[in-house]
Design a protein around this ligand. Structure first.
Ligand code: PLP
Length: 404
């Protein structure tokens, strides 16, 4: 078996060019530290992209994965599946949900959510009521349906024709939704409680509350895409709990597996009933390895002291970023919630978020961007406070270099 070290050049020789990875080749991670091929060490404030919710090589997750690996890796959905049912039970106990569907990625969980919303309306109100309202700059995944519902036209370009019946309103603008929603045609309103890829932009509580009311008045389902905000990211198990606004359908992925691919769509028994036997499915959805790992993630993250720890870490990180912003004049604002933070670049630095990411790498800290104008942070929910301090010191050096 080929276990030779690989080089960045190999990417261009063997991969479809839809990504443009950097030159660093990470090979090992532990907690919130990562090492590359050359042994260079980084503090990880990226968590993949808001994925490794308990850091790298978490002993509890490794243990669950190993345990299950010795038992059974795969079961078809024709079989009753212990790890999947345990995880579904936990998710129902901890949230509004009464029914769960498992998938393998955020895009797939959303695909299931949108299909369910249409099917539910079709069954209860007829085929006319199929329109979906979502928001400009929203991100819901890369399948054809999810890029169409997403609000970034560049991701759809060249892949048309898109599915019909999708309309985009303005995020945090109820009036724009009121203009599009109707009892006759709208089956669902889809929203990220905090727009992630769109710039770490939180919804206002009044906006989400208003969407809930508009959906109720128009017999439409409210769908929360919590792929990025879910599983402790905001300091609450799910962001809907922070806002006090309950959706009818919720999608979860990213942090849910802590790095192992798994996703879930949560809903009520009444809505779930519209996905009857044979209407939808996924070969790998509910995979025993994935569900065992996710069970451990949920068990850990739902502990009150872990969630409280997110709030404390958030305050420390936010304060540090604000201080860097003030001293170097690079950030106008640090926004977001919990450990999903966005540092918004000032006018002078607009469009240069990628430069901050690259300068960070040179100084040994991994950060993310959310568009061209926002530096995004989404570290492990249990990142040691000393790692936060170290990361901030390194990031400050990175900023200083850029400003020089
Ligand atoms: C990342 C993301 C997705 C897509 O998830 P994949 O696992 O890449 O399919 C969908 N919605 C939101 C809000 C996301 O952040």
């Amino acid at each position: 078996m080929n276990k030779e070290p690989v080089s960045r050049e190999l990417f261009d020789e063997v991969m479809v060019p839809n990504y443009a990875p950097g030159t660093i080749i990470p090979v090992k991670g532990e907690g919130s530290r990562i090492w590359d091929q050359d042994g260079r060490e980084f503090v990880d404030l990226a968590g993949g992209i808001a994925v490794t919710s308990l850091g790298h090589a978490h002993p509890g997750l490794v243990g669950e994965l190993e345990d299950q690996a010795h038992k059974i890796w795969h079961l078809s959905n024709v079989m009753t599946n212990e790890p999947a049912l345990r995880l579904a039970k936990a998710l129902c106990d901890l949230t509004f949900a009464e029914r769960v569907f498992f998938a393998n990625s955020g895009g797939e969980a959303n695909e299931a959510a949108f299909k369910l919303a249409r099917r539910y309306s079709w069954e209860h109100f007829g085929p006319e009521k199929h329109e979906i309202i979502s928001f400009r700059n929203a991100f819901h995944g890369r399948t054809l349906f999810t890029v169409s519902v997403g609000g970034q036209p560049k991701y759809l370009e060249g892949f048309e024709p898109a599915p019909a019946g999708i309309h985009h309103a303005e995020f945090n603008d109820l009036e724009s939704v009121r203009k599009l929603i109707s009892k006759e045609k709208t089956c669902a309103v889809v929203v990220e409680p905090i727009q992630g890829e769109g710039g770490v932009l939180p919804a206002s509580p009044e906006f989400l509350q208003g969407l809930r009311e508009l959906c109720d008045e128009n017999d439409a389902l409210l769908v929360f895409d919590e792929v990025q905000t879910g599983v402790g990211r905001t300091g609450h198990l799910f962001a809907y709990q922070m806002y006090g606004v309950t959706p009818d359908i919720l999608s979860s992925a990213k942090s849910l597996g802590g790095g192992f691919p798994v996703a879930a769509m949560l809903t009520t028994a009444k809505v779930a009933a519209s996905l009857g036997v044979g209407t939808h499915g996924s070969t790998y959805g509910g995979n025993p390895l994935a569900c065992s790992v996710a069970m451990k993630v949920i068990d850990t993250v739902s502990q009150p002291d872990i969630l409280k720890g997110v709030a404390a870490r958030s305050a420390r990180l936010r304060k540090g970023m604000e201080s860097i912003g003030e001293r170097y004049g690079v950030f106008s604002e640090v926004r977001g919630a919990g450990l999903l933070l966005g540092a918004v670049l000032t006018e002078q630095w607009k469009g240069r978020a990628k430069d901050f990411l690259n300068s960070g790498l040179e100084e040994g800290v991994m950060v993310l961007v959310a568009g061209a104008d926002v530096v995004r942070l989404a570290p492990s929910l249990i990142i040691p406070e000393t790692d936060i301090d170290e990361a901030l010191e390194r990031f400050e050096r990175a900023v200083k270099k850029l400003c020089a």
